[in-house]
Design a binder for this molecule. Structure first.
Ligand code: NAD
Length: 501
Protein backbone atom coordinates (compact mmCIF):
# COMPACT_ATOMS: atom_id res chain seq x y z
CA UNK A 1 0.00 0.00 0.00
CA UNK A 2 1.24 3.52 -0.77
CA UNK A 3 1.39 5.76 2.27
CA UNK A 4 -0.40 9.03 2.92
CA UNK A 5 2.85 10.96 3.16
CA UNK A 6 3.55 10.06 -0.48
CA UNK A 7 0.97 12.72 -1.31
CA UNK A 8 -1.90 13.10 -3.72
CA UNK A 9 -3.05 10.35 -6.02
CA UNK A 10 -6.19 9.44 -7.90
CA UNK A 11 -9.17 7.59 -6.45
CA UNK A 12 -8.30 4.69 -8.77
CA UNK A 13 -4.75 4.53 -7.35
CA UNK A 14 -6.04 4.68 -3.80
CA UNK A 15 -8.57 1.92 -4.46
CA UNK A 16 -5.98 -0.26 -6.18
CA UNK A 17 -3.93 -0.21 -2.98
CA UNK A 18 -6.88 -1.11 -0.78
CA UNK A 19 -8.48 -4.47 -0.18
CA UNK A 20 -12.08 -3.26 -0.01
CA UNK A 21 -14.56 -5.43 1.88
CA UNK A 22 -18.02 -4.99 0.39
CA UNK A 23 -20.02 -7.94 1.70
CA UNK A 24 -21.93 -8.13 4.95
CA UNK A 25 -20.03 -9.54 7.93
CA UNK A 26 -22.20 -12.16 9.64
CA UNK A 27 -21.21 -14.78 12.19
CA UNK A 28 -17.51 -14.26 11.54
CA UNK A 29 -17.50 -14.34 7.72
CA UNK A 30 -18.12 -12.08 4.76
CA UNK A 31 -21.30 -13.03 2.89
CA UNK A 32 -23.43 -11.66 0.09
CA UNK A 33 -26.89 -10.30 0.78
CA UNK A 34 -29.38 -13.18 0.62
CA UNK A 35 -30.98 -11.53 -2.42
CA UNK A 36 -27.60 -11.20 -4.12
CA UNK A 37 -28.36 -7.50 -4.61
CA UNK A 38 -25.62 -4.86 -4.42
CA UNK A 39 -25.44 -1.09 -4.64
CA UNK A 40 -22.82 1.26 -6.04
CA UNK A 41 -20.37 2.70 -3.56
CA UNK A 42 -19.51 6.06 -5.13
CA UNK A 43 -16.51 8.14 -4.09
CA UNK A 44 -17.59 11.78 -3.79
CA UNK A 45 -14.02 12.79 -4.60
CA UNK A 46 -14.57 12.06 -8.29
CA UNK A 47 -17.98 10.43 -8.66
CA UNK A 48 -16.33 7.08 -9.50
CA UNK A 49 -17.85 3.80 -8.37
CA UNK A 50 -15.29 2.11 -6.09
CA UNK A 51 -17.18 -1.02 -5.01
CA UNK A 52 -20.39 -2.98 -5.25
CA UNK A 53 -21.67 -3.31 -1.72
CA UNK A 54 -24.11 -5.95 -0.46
CA UNK A 55 -27.61 -4.45 -0.24
CA UNK A 56 -28.92 -6.20 2.85
CA UNK A 57 -32.62 -6.29 3.61
CA UNK A 58 -35.07 -7.89 6.01
CA UNK A 59 -33.84 -11.45 5.43
CA UNK A 60 -30.24 -10.48 6.20
CA UNK A 61 -31.28 -8.46 9.23
CA UNK A 62 -33.12 -11.47 10.54
CA UNK A 63 -30.09 -13.68 10.04
CA UNK A 64 -27.85 -11.13 11.73
CA UNK A 65 -30.17 -10.83 14.73
CA UNK A 66 -30.51 -14.61 15.10
CA UNK A 67 -26.71 -14.94 15.14
CA UNK A 68 -26.28 -12.02 17.52
CA UNK A 69 -28.92 -13.43 19.87
CA UNK A 70 -27.33 -16.89 19.84
CA UNK A 71 -23.94 -15.37 20.65
CA UNK A 72 -25.48 -13.33 23.44
CA UNK A 73 -27.34 -16.25 25.02
CA UNK A 74 -24.26 -18.49 24.81
CA UNK A 75 -22.51 -16.15 27.23
CA UNK A 76 -19.31 -16.36 25.19
CA UNK A 77 -19.07 -12.56 25.38
CA UNK A 78 -21.95 -11.42 27.60
CA UNK A 79 -20.77 -13.46 30.59
CA UNK A 80 -17.05 -13.09 30.01
CA UNK A 81 -15.19 -11.49 32.91
CA UNK A 82 -14.97 -7.73 32.29
CA UNK A 83 -11.18 -7.84 32.40
CA UNK A 84 -11.23 -10.38 29.56
CA UNK A 85 -13.53 -8.20 27.47
CA UNK A 86 -11.15 -5.37 28.27
CA UNK A 87 -8.20 -7.26 26.79
CA UNK A 88 -10.08 -8.00 23.57
CA UNK A 89 -11.18 -4.39 23.14
CA UNK A 90 -7.65 -3.20 23.83
CA UNK A 91 -6.41 -5.60 21.19
CA UNK A 92 -9.01 -4.26 18.76
CA UNK A 93 -7.82 -0.71 19.46
CA UNK A 94 -4.26 -1.90 18.84
CA UNK A 95 -5.27 -3.38 15.47
CA UNK A 96 -7.08 -0.18 14.53
CA UNK A 97 -3.90 1.76 15.28
CA UNK A 98 -1.86 -0.71 13.19
CA UNK A 99 -4.29 -0.29 10.30
CA UNK A 100 -4.76 3.45 10.78
CA UNK A 101 -3.56 4.47 7.32
CA UNK A 102 -5.76 1.95 5.59
CA UNK A 103 -8.82 2.94 7.64
CA UNK A 104 -8.19 6.64 7.01
CA UNK A 105 -7.85 6.07 3.28
CA UNK A 106 -11.05 3.99 3.18
CA UNK A 107 -12.89 6.77 5.01
CA UNK A 108 -11.64 9.49 2.68
CA UNK A 109 -12.35 7.56 -0.51
CA UNK A 110 -15.77 6.58 0.78
CA UNK A 111 -17.13 9.89 2.06
CA UNK A 112 -14.80 12.62 0.84
CA UNK A 113 -13.33 14.10 4.01
CA UNK A 114 -9.71 15.32 3.83
CA UNK A 115 -7.20 12.53 4.40
CA UNK A 116 -5.52 14.86 6.86
CA UNK A 117 -8.61 14.79 9.09
CA UNK A 118 -9.33 11.09 8.62
CA UNK A 119 -5.71 10.42 9.68
CA UNK A 120 -5.37 12.92 12.51
CA UNK A 121 -8.88 12.99 13.90
CA UNK A 122 -11.31 10.24 12.87
CA UNK A 123 -9.17 7.13 13.15
CA UNK A 124 -7.25 8.11 16.33
CA UNK A 125 -10.44 9.20 18.11
CA UNK A 126 -12.30 6.04 17.10
CA UNK A 127 -9.35 3.97 18.31
CA UNK A 128 -9.18 5.88 21.58
CA UNK A 129 -12.90 5.33 22.11
CA UNK A 130 -12.65 1.53 21.79
CA UNK A 131 -9.59 1.46 24.06
CA UNK A 132 -11.21 3.76 26.64
CA UNK A 133 -14.36 1.65 27.07
CA UNK A 134 -12.29 -1.51 27.22
CA UNK A 135 -10.14 0.11 29.89
CA UNK A 136 -13.18 1.39 31.83
CA UNK A 137 -15.25 -1.74 32.04
CA UNK A 138 -13.42 -3.58 34.81
CA UNK A 139 -13.52 -0.48 37.00
CA UNK A 140 -17.28 -0.15 37.16
CA UNK A 141 -18.88 -1.47 40.35
CA UNK A 142 -22.47 -2.42 41.11
CA UNK A 143 -24.29 -1.18 44.24
CA UNK A 144 -25.81 -2.47 47.47
CA UNK A 145 -29.03 -0.72 48.50
CA UNK A 146 -29.12 0.68 52.07
CA UNK A 147 -32.34 -1.22 52.90
CA UNK A 148 -31.89 -2.63 56.42
CA UNK A 149 -30.59 -5.71 58.23
CA UNK A 150 -33.35 -8.06 56.97
CA UNK A 151 -32.36 -7.88 53.32
CA UNK A 152 -29.39 -7.82 51.03
CA UNK A 153 -30.35 -5.90 47.90
CA UNK A 154 -27.83 -5.67 45.14
CA UNK A 155 -28.42 -3.30 42.24
CA UNK A 156 -26.66 -4.69 39.22
CA UNK A 157 -26.34 -3.55 35.65
CA UNK A 158 -26.90 -6.15 32.97
CA UNK A 159 -26.32 -5.96 29.22
CA UNK A 160 -29.50 -5.46 27.18
CA UNK A 161 -28.92 -8.26 24.68
CA UNK A 162 -28.93 -7.45 20.97
CA UNK A 163 -28.21 -3.80 20.16
CA UNK A 164 -28.90 -2.40 16.70
CA UNK A 165 -26.50 0.46 15.94
CA UNK A 166 -27.52 2.67 13.02
CA UNK A 167 -25.02 5.38 12.14
CA UNK A 168 -24.57 8.26 9.65
CA UNK A 169 -21.97 9.05 7.03
CA UNK A 170 -20.28 12.19 8.34
CA UNK A 171 -17.92 10.47 10.80
CA UNK A 172 -18.56 6.83 9.87
CA UNK A 173 -15.87 5.07 11.92
CA UNK A 174 -16.07 7.46 14.86
CA UNK A 175 -19.87 7.27 15.17
CA UNK A 176 -19.70 3.47 14.93
CA UNK A 177 -17.05 3.43 17.68
CA UNK A 178 -19.12 5.66 19.96
CA UNK A 179 -21.76 2.89 19.89
CA UNK A 180 -19.51 -0.16 19.73
CA UNK A 181 -17.17 0.85 22.57
CA UNK A 182 -19.77 1.02 25.37
CA UNK A 183 -22.18 -1.55 23.85
CA UNK A 184 -19.52 -4.24 23.52
CA UNK A 185 -17.74 -3.37 26.77
CA UNK A 186 -20.99 -3.98 28.67
CA UNK A 187 -21.40 -7.42 27.05
CA UNK A 188 -24.03 -6.84 24.36
CA UNK A 189 -24.07 -8.28 20.87
CA UNK A 190 -24.27 -5.58 18.20
CA UNK A 191 -25.73 -5.47 14.72
CA UNK A 192 -24.18 -2.41 13.10
CA UNK A 193 -25.75 -0.79 10.05
CA UNK A 194 -23.47 1.83 8.52
CA UNK A 195 -24.94 4.52 6.27
CA UNK A 196 -25.29 3.48 2.64
CA UNK A 197 -23.02 6.39 1.67
CA UNK A 198 -20.13 5.16 3.84
CA UNK A 199 -20.04 1.42 4.65
CA UNK A 200 -16.36 0.68 4.02
CA UNK A 201 -14.63 1.31 7.36
CA UNK A 202 -17.34 -0.51 9.34
CA UNK A 203 -16.97 -3.55 7.10
CA UNK A 204 -13.21 -3.60 7.57
CA UNK A 205 -13.55 -3.04 11.31
CA UNK A 206 -15.68 -6.20 11.62
CA UNK A 207 -12.78 -8.33 10.47
CA UNK A 208 -10.35 -6.58 12.80
CA UNK A 209 -12.77 -7.23 15.65
CA UNK A 210 -12.73 -10.95 14.90
CA UNK A 211 -8.95 -10.90 14.73
CA UNK A 212 -8.91 -9.21 18.15
CA UNK A 213 -11.02 -12.02 19.61
CA UNK A 214 -14.60 -10.73 19.48
CA UNK A 215 -16.53 -14.02 19.15
CA UNK A 216 -18.52 -14.76 15.99
CA UNK A 217 -21.97 -13.20 16.03
CA UNK A 218 -21.12 -10.60 18.68
CA UNK A 219 -20.45 -7.96 16.03
CA UNK A 220 -22.49 -8.25 12.84
CA UNK A 221 -22.10 -5.57 10.17
CA UNK A 222 -24.89 -5.14 7.65
CA UNK A 223 -24.57 -2.61 4.84
CA UNK A 224 -27.82 -1.54 3.24
CA UNK A 225 -30.33 1.22 2.81
CA UNK A 226 -32.14 2.96 5.62
CA UNK A 227 -35.63 2.16 4.46
CA UNK A 228 -34.86 -1.54 4.10
CA UNK A 229 -32.08 -2.71 6.41
CA UNK A 230 -32.43 0.21 8.86
CA UNK A 231 -36.17 -0.14 9.15
CA UNK A 232 -35.99 -3.94 9.49
CA UNK A 233 -33.56 -3.54 12.39
CA UNK A 234 -35.76 -0.88 14.00
CA UNK A 235 -38.83 -3.07 13.76
CA UNK A 236 -37.19 -6.38 14.64
CA UNK A 237 -38.95 -8.05 17.58
CA UNK A 238 -35.74 -9.56 18.91
CA UNK A 239 -33.60 -6.40 18.94
CA UNK A 240 -33.48 -5.01 22.48
CA UNK A 241 -32.20 -1.56 21.74
CA UNK A 242 -31.47 0.84 18.90
CA UNK A 243 -28.54 3.20 19.28
CA UNK A 244 -29.04 5.70 16.48
CA UNK A 245 -27.11 8.67 15.17
CA UNK A 246 -28.57 10.56 12.25
CA UNK A 247 -31.22 13.06 11.32
CA UNK A 248 -34.08 14.09 13.60
CA UNK A 249 -36.54 12.97 10.92
CA UNK A 250 -35.21 9.40 10.91
CA UNK A 251 -34.76 9.43 14.70
CA UNK A 252 -38.52 9.94 14.99
CA UNK A 253 -39.06 6.95 12.70
CA UNK A 254 -37.06 4.79 15.10
CA UNK A 255 -39.37 5.84 17.93
CA UNK A 256 -42.29 4.76 15.81
CA UNK A 257 -40.63 1.44 14.87
CA UNK A 258 -40.02 0.74 18.57
CA UNK A 259 -43.61 1.59 19.48
CA UNK A 260 -45.01 -0.57 16.72
CA UNK A 261 -42.78 -3.56 17.51
CA UNK A 262 -41.38 -4.59 20.87
CA UNK A 263 -40.90 -1.24 22.65
CA UNK A 264 -37.15 -1.64 22.30
CA UNK A 265 -35.07 0.97 24.06
CA UNK A 266 -34.05 3.77 21.72
CA UNK A 267 -31.22 6.26 22.14
CA UNK A 268 -31.12 9.06 19.59
CA UNK A 269 -28.27 11.36 18.65
CA UNK A 270 -29.84 13.63 16.06
CA UNK A 271 -29.45 16.91 14.27
CA UNK A 272 -28.54 20.41 15.36
CA UNK A 273 -28.65 24.09 14.45
CA UNK A 274 -26.15 25.29 16.99
CA UNK A 275 -25.84 28.95 17.94
CA UNK A 276 -22.33 30.37 18.14
CA UNK A 277 -22.59 33.61 20.11
CA UNK A 278 -19.97 36.35 20.02
CA UNK A 279 -20.66 39.04 22.62
CA UNK A 280 -19.17 42.50 22.77
CA UNK A 281 -17.24 41.36 25.88
CA UNK A 282 -15.27 38.96 23.69
CA UNK A 283 -11.62 39.84 24.33
CA UNK A 284 -10.12 37.93 21.41
CA UNK A 285 -12.03 38.43 18.18
CA UNK A 286 -9.30 36.68 16.18
CA UNK A 287 -9.70 33.50 18.18
CA UNK A 288 -13.49 33.80 17.99
CA UNK A 289 -13.38 34.31 14.22
CA UNK A 290 -11.18 31.26 13.73
CA UNK A 291 -13.52 29.17 15.87
CA UNK A 292 -16.60 30.51 14.07
CA UNK A 293 -15.15 29.61 10.67
CA UNK A 294 -13.87 26.16 11.60
CA UNK A 295 -16.97 25.57 13.72
CA UNK A 296 -19.10 25.53 10.57
CA UNK A 297 -16.69 24.65 7.75
CA UNK A 298 -14.87 21.71 9.34
CA UNK A 299 -15.76 18.39 7.65
CA UNK A 300 -17.43 20.41 4.84
CA UNK A 301 -19.98 21.58 7.41
CA UNK A 302 -21.24 18.00 7.71
CA UNK A 303 -21.12 18.09 11.50
CA UNK A 304 -24.15 17.62 13.75
CA UNK A 305 -22.94 20.27 16.20
CA UNK A 306 -21.78 22.73 13.50
CA UNK A 307 -22.09 26.32 14.72
CA UNK A 308 -24.27 27.14 11.74
CA UNK A 309 -25.95 30.18 13.34
CA UNK A 310 -23.53 32.97 14.21
CA UNK A 311 -25.19 35.32 16.72
CA UNK A 312 -22.99 38.37 16.93
CA UNK A 313 -23.34 41.60 18.89
CA UNK A 314 -24.01 44.50 16.51
CA UNK A 315 -21.09 46.50 17.95
CA UNK A 316 -18.51 43.89 16.86
CA UNK A 317 -20.30 42.38 13.89
CA UNK A 318 -18.46 44.05 11.00
CA UNK A 319 -15.03 43.48 12.49
CA UNK A 320 -15.78 39.87 13.35
CA UNK A 321 -17.30 39.03 9.96
CA UNK A 322 -14.26 40.45 8.18
CA UNK A 323 -12.03 38.19 10.24
CA UNK A 324 -14.29 35.15 9.66
CA UNK A 325 -14.14 35.80 5.91
CA UNK A 326 -10.34 35.98 6.17
CA UNK A 327 -10.20 32.52 7.74
CA UNK A 328 -12.85 31.10 5.38
CA UNK A 329 -10.94 32.24 2.32
CA UNK A 330 -8.06 30.02 3.37
CA UNK A 331 -10.36 26.98 3.64
CA UNK A 332 -10.76 26.17 -0.04
CA UNK A 333 -12.19 22.81 -1.12
CA UNK A 334 -9.42 20.67 -2.58
CA UNK A 335 -8.50 17.09 -3.42
CA UNK A 336 -9.33 15.10 -0.25
CA UNK A 337 -6.44 12.74 -0.97
CA UNK A 338 -3.94 15.61 -0.82
CA UNK A 339 -2.58 15.84 2.75
CA UNK A 340 -2.59 19.64 2.51
CA UNK A 341 -6.34 19.87 1.80
CA UNK A 342 -8.46 21.27 4.63
CA UNK A 343 -11.93 20.95 3.05
CA UNK A 344 -13.05 17.95 1.03
CA UNK A 345 -16.09 16.80 -0.93
CA UNK A 346 -19.77 16.74 0.06
CA UNK A 347 -20.78 13.13 0.58
CA UNK A 348 -22.96 12.61 -2.50
CA UNK A 349 -24.97 14.18 -5.28
CA UNK A 350 -28.14 14.23 -3.14
CA UNK A 351 -26.48 16.13 -0.31
CA UNK A 352 -24.82 18.48 -2.81
CA UNK A 353 -28.23 19.36 -4.27
CA UNK A 354 -29.64 19.81 -0.77
CA UNK A 355 -26.89 22.24 0.23
CA UNK A 356 -27.18 24.22 -3.02
CA UNK A 357 -30.97 24.31 -2.51
CA UNK A 358 -30.49 25.90 0.91
CA UNK A 359 -28.12 28.47 -0.57
CA UNK A 360 -30.82 29.36 -3.12
CA UNK A 361 -33.40 29.64 -0.34
CA UNK A 362 -31.12 32.01 1.60
CA UNK A 363 -30.88 34.26 -1.46
CA UNK A 364 -34.58 34.15 -2.25
CA UNK A 365 -35.65 34.83 1.36
CA UNK A 366 -33.55 38.00 1.44
CA UNK A 367 -30.35 37.08 3.30
CA UNK A 368 -27.21 38.79 2.05
CA UNK A 369 -24.71 36.47 0.37
CA UNK A 370 -21.45 37.64 1.93
CA UNK A 371 -19.08 34.90 0.70
CA UNK A 372 -19.09 31.87 -1.59
CA UNK A 373 -22.35 30.24 -2.52
CA UNK A 374 -21.26 28.07 -5.42
CA UNK A 375 -20.37 24.53 -6.41
CA UNK A 376 -16.67 24.29 -7.30
CA UNK A 377 -14.23 21.70 -8.76
CA UNK A 378 -17.01 20.35 -10.97
CA UNK A 379 -14.43 19.16 -13.52
CA UNK A 380 -13.27 16.50 -11.04
CA UNK A 381 -16.66 14.76 -11.22
CA UNK A 382 -16.88 15.17 -7.44
CA UNK A 383 -19.18 17.22 -5.22
CA UNK A 384 -17.64 20.38 -3.75
CA UNK A 385 -19.15 23.54 -2.30
CA UNK A 386 -17.13 26.58 -1.25
CA UNK A 387 -17.41 28.06 2.26
CA UNK A 388 -20.53 30.21 2.22
CA UNK A 389 -21.54 33.03 4.54
CA UNK A 390 -24.92 34.74 4.68
CA UNK A 391 -25.26 38.05 6.48
CA UNK A 392 -28.43 39.89 7.58
CA UNK A 393 -30.15 36.62 8.37
CA UNK A 394 -33.21 36.60 10.59
CA UNK A 395 -33.93 33.57 12.72
CA UNK A 396 -37.17 32.80 10.90
CA UNK A 397 -35.47 32.21 7.54
CA UNK A 398 -35.14 28.62 6.35
CA UNK A 399 -31.33 28.78 6.49
CA UNK A 400 -31.56 29.70 10.19
CA UNK A 401 -34.14 27.06 11.07
CA UNK A 402 -33.18 23.92 9.16
CA UNK A 403 -30.06 21.84 9.43
CA UNK A 404 -28.14 22.34 6.18
CA UNK A 405 -25.30 19.90 6.86
CA UNK A 406 -23.00 21.78 4.51
CA UNK A 407 -20.52 24.69 4.65
CA UNK A 408 -23.08 27.47 5.14
CA UNK A 409 -22.94 30.04 7.95
CA UNK A 410 -25.92 32.30 8.77
CA UNK A 411 -25.01 35.51 10.61
CA UNK A 412 -27.65 37.11 12.82
CA UNK A 413 -26.95 40.24 14.87
CA UNK A 414 -28.27 41.12 18.34
CA UNK A 415 -28.08 44.06 20.70
CA UNK A 416 -28.74 42.54 24.18
CA UNK A 417 -27.59 39.25 25.69
CA UNK A 418 -31.16 38.25 26.53
CA UNK A 419 -32.09 38.67 22.90
CA UNK A 420 -29.17 36.41 21.88
CA UNK A 421 -30.27 33.74 24.34
CA UNK A 422 -33.86 33.92 23.09
CA UNK A 423 -32.68 33.50 19.50
CA UNK A 424 -30.26 30.73 20.52
CA UNK A 425 -33.14 28.78 22.09
CA UNK A 426 -35.59 29.53 19.29
CA UNK A 427 -34.97 26.23 17.50
CA UNK A 428 -36.28 22.69 17.68
CA UNK A 429 -32.70 21.55 18.27
CA UNK A 430 -30.49 21.61 21.36
CA UNK A 431 -27.26 19.83 20.61
CA UNK A 432 -24.59 22.41 21.35
CA UNK A 433 -23.82 26.12 21.62
CA UNK A 434 -20.81 28.38 21.95
CA UNK A 435 -20.34 31.75 23.61
CA UNK A 436 -17.37 34.11 23.50
CA UNK A 437 -17.08 36.55 26.39
CA UNK A 438 -14.51 37.75 28.89
CA UNK A 439 -17.25 38.43 31.43
CA UNK A 440 -17.57 35.46 33.75
CA UNK A 441 -21.13 36.48 34.72
CA UNK A 442 -22.23 36.49 31.10
CA UNK A 443 -20.51 33.13 30.54
CA UNK A 444 -22.28 31.46 33.47
CA UNK A 445 -25.64 33.04 32.81
CA UNK A 446 -25.67 32.12 29.13
CA UNK A 447 -24.31 28.62 29.70
CA UNK A 448 -27.19 27.81 32.06
CA UNK A 449 -29.86 29.58 30.00
CA UNK A 450 -29.11 27.89 26.70
CA UNK A 451 -30.95 24.59 26.21
CA UNK A 452 -28.21 22.39 24.75
CA UNK A 453 -26.32 19.24 25.66
CA UNK A 454 -22.98 21.04 25.56
CA UNK A 455 -22.14 24.73 25.86
CA UNK A 456 -18.63 25.86 25.00
CA UNK A 457 -17.25 29.07 26.47
CA UNK A 458 -14.38 30.76 24.59
CA UNK A 459 -13.88 27.70 22.42
CA UNK A 460 -15.98 25.64 20.03
CA UNK A 461 -16.24 21.95 19.18
CA UNK A 462 -13.80 20.97 21.90
CA UNK A 463 -14.25 17.36 22.97
CA UNK A 464 -12.80 14.53 24.94
CA UNK A 465 -13.84 10.92 25.41
CA UNK A 466 -14.41 11.70 29.11
CA UNK A 467 -17.07 14.34 28.34
CA UNK A 468 -20.65 13.29 27.40
CA UNK A 469 -22.07 14.25 24.03
CA UNK A 470 -25.73 14.45 23.04
CA UNK A 471 -28.70 16.68 22.78
CA UNK A 472 -31.64 18.41 24.39
CA UNK A 473 -35.00 18.78 22.62
CA UNK A 474 -35.16 17.28 19.11
CA UNK A 475 -31.41 16.74 18.99
CA UNK A 476 -32.22 13.50 20.77
CA UNK A 477 -31.64 11.83 24.11
CA UNK A 478 -29.13 9.49 25.63
CA UNK A 479 -25.47 10.39 25.69
CA UNK A 480 -22.50 9.09 23.72
CA UNK A 481 -18.97 9.16 25.15
CA UNK A 482 -17.92 9.28 28.80
CA UNK A 483 -18.82 6.80 31.53
CA UNK A 484 -22.48 7.85 31.14
CA UNK A 485 -22.76 6.06 27.78
CA UNK A 486 -22.51 2.75 29.64
CA UNK A 487 -25.90 3.43 31.23
CA UNK A 488 -27.90 3.25 28.04
CA UNK A 489 -26.48 -0.14 27.03
CA UNK A 490 -27.46 -1.77 30.33
CA UNK A 491 -30.57 -2.34 32.42
CA UNK A 492 -30.74 -2.01 36.18
CA UNK A 493 -31.75 -5.10 38.11
CA UNK A 494 -32.45 -5.23 41.84
CA UNK A 495 -31.78 -8.61 43.45
CA UNK A 496 -33.55 -8.75 46.81
CA UNK A 497 -32.39 -11.45 49.18
CA UNK A 498 -34.33 -11.73 52.42
CA UNK A 499 -32.06 -12.46 55.39
CA UNK A 500 -33.13 -14.60 58.33
CA UNK A 501 -32.10 -13.82 61.89
P1 NAD B 1 -29.96 9.90 8.18
O1 NAD B 1 -30.90 10.07 9.31
O2 NAD B 1 -30.47 10.07 6.80
O3 NAD B 1 -29.31 8.43 8.22
C1 NAD B 1 -28.71 7.94 9.38
C2 NAD B 1 -28.81 6.42 9.36
O4 NAD B 1 -30.19 6.07 9.37
C3 NAD B 1 -28.21 5.78 8.11
O5 NAD B 1 -27.58 4.57 8.47
C4 NAD B 1 -29.43 5.51 7.25
O6 NAD B 1 -29.27 4.43 6.37
C5 NAD B 1 -30.48 5.22 8.29
N1 NAD B 1 -31.83 5.49 7.80
C6 NAD B 1 -32.19 6.42 6.88
N2 NAD B 1 -33.52 6.35 6.65
C7 NAD B 1 -34.00 5.35 7.44
C8 NAD B 1 -35.29 4.79 7.64
N3 NAD B 1 -36.36 5.22 6.95
N4 NAD B 1 -35.42 3.79 8.54
C9 NAD B 1 -34.35 3.33 9.22
N5 NAD B 1 -33.10 3.80 9.04
C10 NAD B 1 -32.93 4.81 8.17
O7 NAD B 1 -28.74 10.85 8.51
P2 NAD B 1 -27.44 11.09 7.63
O8 NAD B 1 -27.85 11.91 6.46
O9 NAD B 1 -26.72 9.80 7.40
O10 NAD B 1 -26.52 11.93 8.65
C11 NAD B 1 -26.74 13.26 8.86
C12 NAD B 1 -27.53 13.49 10.12
O11 NAD B 1 -26.89 12.87 11.23
C13 NAD B 1 -27.61 14.95 10.47
O12 NAD B 1 -28.93 15.29 10.84
C14 NAD B 1 -26.67 15.08 11.67
O13 NAD B 1 -26.96 16.15 12.52
C15 NAD B 1 -26.84 13.77 12.33
N6 NAD B 1 -25.70 13.47 13.22
C16 NAD B 1 -25.89 13.59 14.57
C17 NAD B 1 -24.82 13.35 15.45
C18 NAD B 1 -25.00 13.46 16.94
O14 NAD B 1 -24.17 12.94 17.67
N7 NAD B 1 -26.05 14.11 17.43
C19 NAD B 1 -23.58 12.99 14.93
C20 NAD B 1 -23.43 12.88 13.55
C21 NAD B 1 -24.51 13.12 12.70
Amino acid sequence: MTTISEGPRSVADAVAGLDIRAQAYLDGAYVDAASGETFDCVSPISGEVVAQVAACDTVDVDRAVVGARAAFESGVWSRLAPKKRKRVLQKLAGLMAEHAEELALLETVDMGKPIRDATNVDVPLATECIAWYGEAIDKVYDEIAPTGPDAHVSIVREPLGVVGAVVPWNFPLMMASWKLGPALATGNSVVLKPAEQSPLTALRLAELASEAGIPDGVLQVLPGFGETAGQALGRHPDVDMIAFTGSTEVGKLFLRYAGESNMKRTALECGGKSPHIVTRECGDLDAAATAVAWGVFYNQGEVCNAGSRLLVHEAVKDELLEKVVGVAQRIRPGDPLDPKTRMGAIVDQTQLSRVLGYIDSGKSEGAGLHLGGARVREDTGGYYVEPTIFDAVSNDMTIAREEIFGPVLSAISFSELDEAITIANDTIYGLSAGIWTDDVNVAHRAARAIRAGIVWVNTFDAGDITSPFGGFKQSGFGRDKSIHALEKFTDLKAIWIALRD
